[in-house]
Design a protein around this ligand. Structure first.
Ligand code: ZN
Length: 149
């Protein structure tokens, strides 16, 4: 079992950390609070989602502690004046720079975080443009999120 499970207490059990209570495998015990939880699909956190959530936390911290002190916040930062294409060019630049890593591994890692931030800004700018063109971007983004398109 490589997936993580989330207990109703909020504790996220690491892969392999659950204890199955009965032979039917219908319940498991939280190693933190010892509460018995039923097996349900919705308590499984896929590894890739967990990985993304951690990445998202790193990007948030990077924005608050590095980007904003240096460049300010929207709508007064320079990137607010950028086009979607400017953001995509920045992503390409950081992709190339990160793979070379001549600036050291720390900067290479930071570049991979910056790529996520630029992609986020590009998505929001693109969605705003699509909305101005009369497209229902909320429905479109929700369809992408739900995997229904
Ligand atoms: Zn628990």
């Amino acid at each position: 079992m490589s997936n993580k499970f989330k207990c109703s207490c909020g504790f996220i059990v690491p892969p392999g950390g659950i204890v199955i209570t009965d032979e039917g495998c219908s319940e498991w015990v939280c190693p933190d609070c010892k509460k018995v939880n039923p097996f349900q699909n919705d308590i499984v956190i896929p590894m890739r989602v967990d990985e993304w959530n951690k990445y998202s936390e790193i990007v948030s911290g990077h924005i608050e502690n590095y980007t904003i002190p240096q460049y300010g916040d929207a709508p007064d930062d320079m990137i607010s004046t950028w086009s979607v294409d400017d953001c995509i060019k920045a992503i390409k630049r950081y992709c190339d720079r990160s793979s070379v890593s001549q600036r050291g591994e720390l900067e290479s890692l930071r570049d991979l975080v910056k790529i996520g931030h630029y992609a986020c800004i590009a998505l929001n700018k693109k969605a705003t443009l699509c909305k101005k063109e009369g497209l229902n971007t909320e429905v479109m983004l929700n369809a992408i999120k739900e995997g229904t398109c």
